[in-house]
Design a protein around this ligand. Structure first.
Ligand SMILES: [Zn+2]
Length: 267
């Protein structure tokens, strides 16, 4: 019996092993789009119902414009690189909510929320594009599903709970809060160092493809550090990678990102 279980686990790993596009990192993800998307769309609708949508028309339209431009870049990449059915599954949506938390996230299938508290860190349109690119990149690379696949996700209640829809099980909510940062009041969700670095890289490629200045992604993290100096360190600062490492990595990656964006835009 033990042998059989081991065999099943090995088979599951082999069939669920895939590669993150652009970075080429190998990942294990057993959560399919068909499983996660209905739950994601339901979580998003529920979140919007329970939170205050911003009445700031100017900032809302700015977030939406940047979101549309970044999503077009991602869509273009997917359609040119064998991901047509995945691209068809996206239901892009961008909302700004009135909440002073420094936060933004993107749920599977392109459901984005910006909190008004992150706008001073973004500071300008290119800064919004840097944060947008980064958050969309987490969803594009399916980092949440990868976490769900890991033992950590399973300990929290399992994939079955996470992808269940139509129930008000508090475990479902807790799992989504933990995995995707939905409803977090402490600020931007810190993924692992690997996921954060990957989202920084992918986000930079997408923002350049969409016509924004990649230098601003560095300024976003400088502003994030400055903000932290005056306050008690928010959760995202106590985790890897440190802001300085991140800034150095972004600077180092910029020429590669520019070359890749050029190549993908020409496809
Ligand atoms: Zn992140």
């Amino acid at each position: 019996m033990k042998k059989l279980i081991s065999l099943v686990i090995v088979i599951l790993f082999v069939v669920s092993c895939s590669t993150v596009p652009i970075t080429g990192r190998k990942r294990i993800n057993i959560v399919s789009d068909a499983q996660i998307l209905p739950a994601s769309f339901e979580q998003y609708a529920g979140f919007l119902k329970e939170h205050k949508i911003s009445t700031n028309a100017k900032m809302t339209s700015e977030i939406q414009n940047v979101g549309i431009n970044i999503s077009r870049a991602v869509d273009k990449f997917m359609r040119a690189n064998g991901m047509v059915s995945e691209a068809n599954n996206y239901r892009w949506e961008f909302n700004l909510i009135d909440d002073k938390t420094v936060n933004a996230w993107c749920m599977p299938g392109g459901k984005v929320v910006f909190y008004s508290g992150i706008l001073p860190i973004c500071d300008n349109t290119d800064g919004i594009a840097a944060v947008m690119g980064h958050e969309v990149a987490h969803a594009f690379a399916k980092h949440g599903q990868e976490r769900m696949t890991s033992a950590y996700g399973q300990q929290l209640g399992g994939i079955a709970v996470a992808v269940g829809t139509g129930n008000k099980d508090p475990r479902t909510q807790q799992l989504w809060n933990t995995i995707y940062g939905i409803g977090s009041t402490v600020g931007m969700l810190a993924y692992s160092r690997t996921h954060e670095t990957e989202a920084d890289k992918l986000g930079m490629v997408f923002m350049i493809m969409a016509g924004y200045k990649p230098e601003e992604s560095i300024n976003v993290w400088i502003r994030m550090s400055e903000r932290a100096e005056g306050n008690s360190p928010p959760e995202f600062l106590s985790t890897h990678p440190s802001n300085q490492t991140r800034i150095n990595n972004l600077k180092r990656y910029m020429p590669t990102a520019i070359a890749m964006a050029k190549k993908y835009n020409a496809q």
